[in-house]
Ligand binder design. Sequence first.
Ligand code: DX5
Ligand code: ZN
Length: 216
Amino acid sequence: MSHLIAPSMLAADFANLQKECEMINNSEADWFHLDVMDGVFVPNISFGIPVIKHINEHTLKPLDVHLMIVQPERYITHFKEVGANILTVHIEASPHLHRTLQAIKDEGMKAGVALNPHTNVEQLMPIIEEVDLVCLMSVNPGFGGQKFIEGTYRKVEKLKEMIIKANVDTKIEIDGGVTSANAKDLVDCGADVLVAGSFVFKADNPIQTIKDLKHL
Ligand code: DX5
Ligand code: ZN
């Protein structure tokens, strides 16, 4: 399978969300990446359930919802109701991760786990069979437009080894600072999904930029 591109709407023009959604619909992007921040788990507040509901009314592609919030298990049903297809929680915010992943899958969504840059991928070893998607943060979560952390490559390789060894179909997603300067190396290391916010939405030609990321 060739890798997937998931533009992050965090970098979109929030006053023109419908237009931005249509641009993604008309592009080679595979998913919409939606960053939910609560001002507690991360030092920023983005958007939440009602905004995702409206985005869903204008999308034709799967919604990949990244929860940067404490107690994410409280909102699983709400995100399902507004159209989430993939729901990702942070390992650092989930003391009962196994139960939370089961609850996400019971709602018929794919279950993702996000890891902050300092979190070892080995922490996923006991639970990797339960995880549909691992989101490796390649910046500290909370803001778009930050610089890519180079140590991510090694984490991708280690995680890929773990996935192959366990003989599972878990996808690896990279989130933060993705550009054409690192995209190919990331895919070569084993990344399956590239999230890109600023690099897409601040480009002169976002549709072409998405195409370039898709055809590395
Ligand atoms: C960061 C978010 C990312 C962010 C990526 O906390 O999880 O999805 O929007 O933005 P860029 O691509 O600008 O780093
Ligand atoms: Zn994200």
